[in-house]
Design a protein around this ligand. Structure first.
Ligand SMILES: Nc1ncnc2c1ncn2[C@@H]1O[C@H](COP(=O)(O)OP(=O)(O)OP(=O)(O)O)[C@@H](O)[C@H]1O
Length: 332
């Protein structure tokens, strides 16, 4: 079996002042060339984990290995960080007085000036910033600076790229483009990407593997589709797909058997079809979502949500048939 490029072993890091926060006993492996997305709500420990991987933070216990060798902590070397990795933080760390081109080119050696020029230009094109090449960083928007920072990190042949919220400043239109670009560049260059995000769409779209963090603990690791379809925790289903969560009394009112647990399902698992002999719900509200609508349905005082693709098919106060085609039981 191929050795993992990064191996995280029983890693814990608590912040002294707080005696809380941080991360607790995290272990996982990353395969070379994979794109990994670490997802979790704010404060779940994503940045802490990324900083430990890079060697910017010293873990209390456990270790991170790069190709089988322990990554040194900040107190063990002059310049913290690992030379085979690049990290793009949320403050971008760009030279704000230099031009875009020079910021990116500064990562390459001068031994072959033509190759340096070509690589820099190619990377700017990849990230759609070629038109900004002569602008100073101070003249750029936040989203543009973010793309320059990613280009700068990717231009030299780094083995591992660590991205902390890489699309936080980019508008929705560009976000899809950038996600696709990073996926393509990663596939072309073979770079391993570890990305932290609070936006599940980043991970679902981009990643080969997801890691779900909650309160500093690793809840689940797996392929995006597997984690989405088979979440092992209510939190994961809520984080990834805004799942409906019903306590056992509510679930029973809808005829779902869950004993002492919770019934959890995504709105798209609720089928709406008037001809079916299933339970009647009242449409209490309708939320417009663009190419679909989300319906808030109620029956026996229990509210659920469902997806309606044909806009206007069911209207507020209509009574309709809804069948929860699948649900997951989480025993409390
Ligand atoms: N330097 C610090 N000192 C004390 N507590 C800290 C420090 N850095 C982080 N924490 C705490 O550790 C926990 C995890 O923080 P971390 O920044 O890793 O979370 P995150 O998932 O990256 O959050 P966000 O998405 O908001 O950036 C939080 O409760 C945070 O308050």
């Amino acid at each position: 079996m191929e050795e993992p490029i990064i191996s995280v072993k029983n890693l814990s890091k608590q912040y002294q002042a707080e005696q809380q926060g941080g991360i607790t006993d995290i272990s996982f492996n990353i395969k070379k060339g994979n794109v990994i997305a670490i997802l979790g709500e704010s404060g779940s420990g994503k940045s802490t984990l990324l900083k430990c991987i890079y060697g910017l933070l010293k873990a209390d216990t456990g270790e991170v290995q790069f190709n089988g060798k322990r990554i040194l902590g900040p107190d063990e070397q002059l310049i913290p960080g690992h030379k085979e990795m690049k990290m793009v933080t949320q403050d971008f760390s760009l030279n704000i007085y230099a031009k875009v081109y020079d910021n990116i080119a500064s990562m390459l050696s001068n031994t072959n000036v033509q190759a340096k020029q070509e690589k820099t230009t190619e990377m700017m094109q990849h990230l759609h910033i070629a038109q900004l090449k002569d602008k100073k960083i101070t003249q750029l928007s936040g989203g543009e600076q973010q793309r320059v920072a990613i280009a700068k990190a990717m231009v030299s042949n780094t083995a591992v790229l660590l991205l902390d919220e890489p699309f936080s400043q980019v508008d929705a239109l560009l976000k899809n483009q950038l996600r696709a670009d990073i996926k393509r560049i990663a596939a072309e260059t073979g770079v391993t990407v570890v990305m932290v995000s609070h936006d599940p769409a980043d991970g679902l779209f981009l990643a080969d593997e997801l890691l779900i963090l909650k309160d500093g603990k690793l809840l689940q690791q797996g392929k995006p589709a597997d984690v989405y379809q088979h979440p092992n925790h209510i939190y994961t289903a809520q984080l990834l797909g805004n799942a409906v969560v019903l306590g056992h009394e509510e679930a029973e009112k809808l005829g779902l058997e869950v004993k002492n647990g919770h019934a959890v399902f995504y709105p798209e698992w609720v089928e709406l079809k008037s001809s079916w002999n299933s339970r009647r719900f009242e449409v209490k509200d309708i939320y417009y979502k663009g190419f679909y609508e989300e319906l808030l349905l109620e029956r026996n005082s229990v509210k659920i949500r469902a997806i309606q693709l044909n806009r206007g098919e069911h209207k507020k106060h209509d009574h309709i048939q809804a069948n929860i085609s699948r649900f997951i039981t989480f025993v409390s």
